[in-house]
Design a protein around this ligand. Structure first.
Ligand code: UD1
Ligand code: CA
Length: 459
């Protein structure tokens, strides 16, 4: 098989995004835009994959290098156009001979199957360049494909350089090419910048050799130049991701309003209700139910867990069969054990809630280790901060914390102990003991009749 190297053009600023951030780092489906073309190149076994960086080069290289440790980076110091960008990769490809796949980093929807067609087209035609094109409903902004009298691809003219006649052509250049490596760099050396933008256009190589076009669906080759196009491409990528999830046995109650980042895995027979967002490095097991409006970031949810509506998690773990929510908040380091229960308006931070334990209503549990089979009553608060340090609360297996109690850390409630309702626990409670802190209750007979405040009588 013919060897293929890839060059991904990611050095441009993306002026039309009107952003302080490089265009190729804008996120879609939880990944920077450039992730998708790089992944497509890798799925074709391209080696090496050279990413050309320039605008915010350091940051672009840092982020993409993390996602693709095997990628090479080439610096385009000045952004003098797409042709100049490919030339910047020449050094990184020294000694390579074969085909070079060139992808613009701002074309995220292209699929590996389509790139494969470029390989085929070059093999069959022997042309030096195979380029991806489409019939655009709105060709404005794209380079147009100009064909000769025999119907062969003759050249590409950019929107800004096109005559009114040429602008009427709806066959456009997708900015994805497969070229013979020797031809490519020789052709680029003779590309000039005599055009309305004063740039070295990569598109000019098309006129310098024999080129064939492979037509793709418009939706697959549309570029992202502004935020509206970013939203359109994000919706497409999301639709693909959601279709895959359903194929894998996940129920999406309404895929049009379900947001699952690229790379997230969900086990079969899980159900996502509308407006669920599963983001970052989240993992979801089998038979999990996630209720409407949940936002779950970088978290793990084990088999059979139920997450009730409007719960918000970040870097949390939920054990098998646990039930969390509605309106629960799990902050980083929250670990809800197997079959445990976290109810409404309960916040957990850096807290382990053991197997089968319950915290059902209105609580803040921070920096706590709670054993198995414990009951944490409504309104329980761990006072974990003394103004300088975060301190730990330990609640041992089977302990019962009465409602409206405060546990002033560092403090420990022993195995099977009881804390009476409304207790402020400042000292450790021994196993099996009952802790109460309120004074004895007094009732003053007849007080209401004699002393209760009354409304001033109307004058
Ligand atoms: C380019 C094509 C156009 C095609 C369109 C499809 C050229 C001259 N034009 O136009 O024919 O229809 O894509 O989307 O190639 N880049 C660099 N260095 C540079 C300039 C650009 O790395 O000096 C990168 C950008 O980061 C981007 C890609 O190349 O990822 C395309 O650049 P962009 O300026 O968006 O080109 P278009 O005007 O869209
Ligand atoms: Ca573009």
């Amino acid at each position: 098989m013919n060897k293929i190297a890839a060059v991904v053009l990611a050095a441009g600023k993306g002026t039309r995004m009107k952003s302080d951030k490089a265009k190729v780092l804008h996120e879609t489906c939880g990944r920077p835009l450039a992730f998708f073309p790089i992944r497509a190149a890798l799925s074709l076994d391209c080696a090496p994959v050279v990413v050309v960086v320039g605008h915010q080069a350091q940051e672009v290289e840092r982020q993409l290098g993390q996602l693709f440790p095997g990628a090479k980076f080439a610096l385009q110091k000045e952004q003098l156009g797409t042709g100049h960008a490919v030339r910047s990769a020449e050094e990184a490809l020294r000694g390579f001979s074969g085909s070079v796949l060139i992808l613009a980093a701002d074309v995220p929807l292209v699929r590996a199957e389509t790139l494969q067609k470029l390989v085929q087209a070059r093999e069959e035609s022997g042309a030096q360049v195979a380029l991806l094109t489409c019939r655009a409903r709105e060709p404005k902004g794209y380079g147009r494909v100009i064909r000769n009298s025999k119907g062969e691809v003759a050249r590409i003219v950019e929107e800004k350089d096109a005559s009114p006649e040429e602008k009427k052509i709806d066959e456009v250049n997708a900015s994805i090419y497969l070229c013979d490596s020797q031809f490519l760099f020789a052709a680029l050396r003779s590309v000039a910048r005599r055009n309305s933008q004063g740039e070295y256009y990569l598109t000019d190589i098309v006129a310098k050799g024999r080129a064939v076009a492979v037509e793709a669906e418009e939706a697959e080759v549309s570029g992202v130049n502004d935020r509206a196009q970013l939203a359109v491409s994000a919706a497409q990528l999301r639709a693909r991701k959601n279709a895959q999830l359903m194929k894998d046995g996940v129920t999406l109650r309404d895929p049009s309003v379900t947001y699952v980042d690229e790379g997230i895995e969900i086990g079969p027979d899980s159900v996502l209700e509308p407006l669920v967002s599963l983001l970052g490095k989240t993992r979801v097991g089998r038979g999990v139910e996630i209720g409407q409006g949940c936002v779950i970031v970088d978290s793990e949810i084990a088999d059979g867990a139920r997450i009730l509506p409007y719960s918000v998690f970040e870097s949390a773990k939920v054990g098998p069969g646990a039930i969390v929510g509605p309106f629960a908040r799990l902050r980083p380091g929250a670990q809800v054990g197997e079959q445990a229960r976290v109810g409404n308006f309960v916040e957990l931070k850096k807290t382990v809630l053991g197997k089968g334990s319950k915290a059902n209503h209105l609580s803040y549990l921070g920096d706590a280790v709670i054993g198995e089979g414990c009951n944490v009553g409504a309104g329980t608060i761990t006072c974990n901060y003394d103004g300088a340090n975060k301190l730990q609360t330990i609640i041992e297996d089977g302990a019962f914390i009465g409602s409206d109690s405060q546990l002033v850390a560092p403090v420990k409630v022993g195995k099977g102990a009881y804390v009476g309702s409304g207790t402020t626990v400042r000292e450790d409670v021994p196993p099996g003991a009952l802790a109460v802190s309120a004074g004895k209750q007094r009732n003053i007979e007849g007080w209401v009749e004699k002393k209760a405040p009354r409304k001033a009588s109307k004058r």
